[in-house]
Design a protein around this ligand. Structure first.
Ligand code: DX5
Ligand code: ZN
Length: 222
């Protein structure tokens, strides 16, 4: 499978969100990554349901909603109604993870679990067969534009091994500090969904930046 690119609208211009979504619509991107932060699970607050609904109105690609919130069960239906196609909850925020995953699936959404940088992949052993996606955080969640953590490669290898054994169709997503310099190495390590915020939206040409992430081999040939 060719890897997927999910630009994160956290780095978009919120005063021109429609424009930035149209840019994503006409680019090589596959999903739109939507970061929800509650100021509790993470130190930052991003945006809520009205922005997700507005995003859904203009996006032609699936919304990949990353819930960096405590007790996400309270809001799963509301995010589904706002337009989520997939929802990813944090392992560290879900004491009853199996129940939460079933609830996401019952809503008809792709179900994912995110791991903070300190959380080992082995903790997913008994849930991985139930998951559609695992998101490896390659920065501490809460902010865009942070430095990529190198231990991510080792975690991707661990996850790839676990997924080959127990869930070969798993989406393996990486989020944080992804750019045109590390994308190929991340794909080689097993990632098949790459989130990118600042490397896309701080580029002079976001749509070219997305193409470079989607087809890194072409860039190497230049
Ligand atoms: C961080 C978010 C990321 C963020 C990535 O907590 O989960 O999705 O938007 O931003 P960059 O690509 O700038 O590291
Ligand atoms: Zn994210």
């Amino acid at each position: 499978m060719n890897h997927l690119i999910a630009p994160s609208i956290l780095a978009a211009d919120f005063a021109n969100l429609q424009r930035d979504l149209e840019l994503i619509n006409s680019s090589d991107a596959d999903w739109v990554h939507v970061d929800i932060m509650d100021g509790m699970f993470v130190p930052n607050i991003s945006f809520g349901f009205p922005v997700v609904s507005a995003t859904k109105k203009h996006a032609t690609k699936p919304l990949d909603v990353h819930l960096m919130i405590v007790d996400p069960d309270r809001y799963l239906k509301a995010f589904k109604d706002a337009g989520a196609d997939g929802m990813t909850v944090h392992y560290e925020a879900c004491p009853h993870l199996h129940r939460t995953i079933q609830a996401i699936k019952e809503l008809g959404c792709r179900a994912g679990v995110a791991l903070n940088p300190h959380t080992p992949v082995t903790l997913l052993q008994d849930i991985i067969a139930d998951l559609d996606l695992v998101l490896i955080m390659s920065v501490n969640p809460g902010f865009g534009g942070q430095k990529f953590i190198d231990n991510t490669y080792k975690k991707l290898h661990d996850l790839k091994e676990l997924s080959c054994d127990k869930n070969p169709n798993l989406f393996i997503e990486v989020d944080g500090g992804v750019d045109q310099h590390n994308i190929q190495k991340l794909v080689d390590a097993g990632a098949n969904v790459l989130v990118a915020g600042s490397s896309v939206f701080s580029s002079a040409s976001p749509s070219a930046a997305i193409s470079h992430l989607k087809y890194p081999e072409k860039l190497l040939q230049l």
